[in-house]
Ligand binder design. Structure first.
Ligand code: SF4
Length: 237
């Protein structure tokens, strides 16, 4: 067994909630279910096998694709059984790829955290523009993109002027460096800032999670609120 899983099992006394998933020890093996189904009768839940669970996790209610597995929109109504730790590791990987390894790495004396500036400095091509965001705007973009409404990972990295997420603010799953979605969002914000485009006033239904070209994208709407808060703060300084 690898050290990540050994540590995870040591932390799992009878039950642990990891992201939106409750993992329980059984007399033999483990059971996983959505945390909102913790007290549901097993007979009322659909038992999913490994690849079925992976497929289940790829879509939100209504059928929308989930570009970010740590988004708080994992559907409930299922349970999955793991006969041993290797099977448990695979199920957790389907639900939250790499999360157990990151959880373990975050407990090191010096966790391998990459800041926004370190991360964007390595970017080439069309993502180089993300280096141009001022700290305050980068902070607003990060607050919007990583908001608890959109992602349950606890952000350990940051940018000047922005605190990392507090323990207990989101979930046990850490975020050690900006993800691809954050990078794409920062690129969009950099473009918007270049054009100084005002936020859309028109009420519209939310666009798809990863569609940052749409003004009605939930993260773009959130970014508009973060910018308003930033402007209000600057006005009183
Ligand atoms: S960068 Fe933000 S949105 Fe992406 S996984 Fe980390 S916390 Fe979540």
């Amino acid at each position: 067994m690898n050290p990540d899983m050994r540590a995870f099992l040591a932390a799992l006394d009878t039950e642990i909630v990891f992201g939106q998933v409750a993992v329980r020890r059984l007399e033999r093996g483990f059971e996983l279910r959505h945390e909102s189904d913790r007290s549901a009768a097993a007979d009322n839940l659909t038992t999913l096998k490994g690849t079925e669970l992976r497929t289940w996790s790829q879509q939100a209610a209504g059928g929308a694709f989930r570009p970010l597995k740590s988004a708080p929109n994992l559907r409930a109504g299922w349970r999955a059984l793991a006969a041993d730790s290797a099977a448990l590791e695979l199920l957790l990987h389907y639900l939250y790829p790499g999360a157990v390894a990151d959880w373990f790495a975050a407990q090191a004396a010096a966790p391998p955290i990459t800041s926004y500036r370190q991360f964007t400095a390595r970017q080439t091509g069309m993502y180089r523009i993300t280096t141009m965001l001022q700290d305050a705007i980068a902070g607003a973009a990060i607050r919007a993109c990583c908001h608890v409404d959109f992602c349950l990972k606890r952000r350990l990295w940051s940018v000047e002027g922005l605190e990392a997420d507090a323990a207990g603010a989101k979930s046990l799953i850490p975020c050690l460096e900006p993800c691809a979605l954050l990078l794409e969002f920062a690129r969009k914000v950099a473009r918007l800032e270049q054009n100084d485009a005002p936020p859309s006033e028109e009420p519209q239904a939310d666009a798809a999670e990863g569609d940052f070209d749409a003004p009605s994208n939930p993260r773009r709407k959130r970014f508009g609120l973060e910018k308003q808060a930033l402007a209000a703060k600057r006005a009183v300084e």
